[in-house]
Design a protein around this ligand. Structure first.
Ligand code: ADP
Ligand code: MG
Length: 253
């Protein structure tokens, strides 16, 4: 029943974490049972929902290395129906340690498969690389959402991402689909933003979500308060558009 969605783009700063946090939060507020999984050593998703990543007893690193069970690391009810698997800088060493592990691409999948039925959505926030952690997310996932920033180089590097997704589809996870592309940091006052939207729509056609996330100062402020945007400022444009996106993802438009 539960759907596992990876939020992936190897570029940094395109809105992966902002999308993972706010999409998950809205999905939970709209009544879904959601697990948010942070697999970025930077732990921005973890701190973005108010969990102090520097004082964690355990994090996803311990789970990936098989030192603990999921219950030891899971943070329940961060928000109404939102659970979190936190990350911390410890995870930075994991990619190297994982290399020697048998079936190393399937570690996250094997962890999540045990809890999948307890959730409607499991959202994985990926690091800004196409390394083993992102591969683990793509192998565990049913689908992937790609955030693209509305700027000049939006499509640059996309070939690499598409190639990686294709390789995963060919061998490790034949069921993986691209669920959608979400345009972020849109600024309607600039021709550039408008051009980027057109270009991305030409490339991805109906895969592009109609909810285009505006550049919104509330979205950039909310993480420093450890809150998803709708908790920080429910009436902001950022909150509103991520709600629309969550509804599109749920298929209730
Ligand atoms: P990534 O996870 O892809 O590296 P982030 O979600 O962390 O990207 O976003 C990068 C930076 O841009 C962060 O400081 C974030 O707060 C900010 N940001 C993201 N989306 C928006 C937006 N729509 N409007 C304004 N600032 C944003
Ligand atoms: Mg991030």
């Amino acid at each position: 029943m539960g759907e596992i969605i990876a939020i992936a783009n190897q570029k940094g700063g395109v809105g992966k974490t902002t999308t993972a946090v706010n999409l998950s939060a809205w999905l939970s507020l709209l009544g879904c049972r959601v697990m948010l999984v942070d697999i970025d050593p930077q732990g921005n998703t973890t701190s973005g929902v108010g969990v102090d990543k520097d004082v964690l007893e355990y994090c996803i690193y311990d789970l990936i290395l098989g030192n603990i069970e999921i219950d030891a690391v899971l943070r329940n009810n961060i928000l109404e129906k939102l659970d979190l698997i936190p990350s911390s800088i410890e995870l930075a060493g994991a990619e190297i340690e994982m290399v020697g592990v048998k079936n190393r691409e399937f570690i996250l999948r094997n962890i999540l498969v045990k809890v999948k039925e307890q959730y409607d959505y499991i959202i994985i926030d990926c690091p800004p690389s196409l390394g083993l952690l992102t591969i683990n997310a793509l192998v565990a996932a049913d689908s992937v959402i790609v955030p693209l920033q509305c700027e000049y180089y939006a499509l640059e590097g996309l070939g690499q991402l598409m190639n990686t997704i294709k390789l995963v589809q060919q061998s490790l996870n034949k069921e993986l689909i691209i669920k959608g592309v979400v345009l972020t940091m849109f600024d309607g006052r600039t021709n550039l933003s408008i051009q980027v939207v057109d270009e991305v729509k030409k490339f991805f056609k109906d895969k592009v979500y109609r909810s285009i996330i505006p550049r919104n100062v509330r979205l950039s402020e909310a993480p420093s308060h450890g809150k998803p945007v709708m908790v920080y400022d429910r009436r902001s444009r950022g909150a509103e558009l991520y709600r629309e996106l969550a509804r599109e993802v749920m298929g209730v438009e």
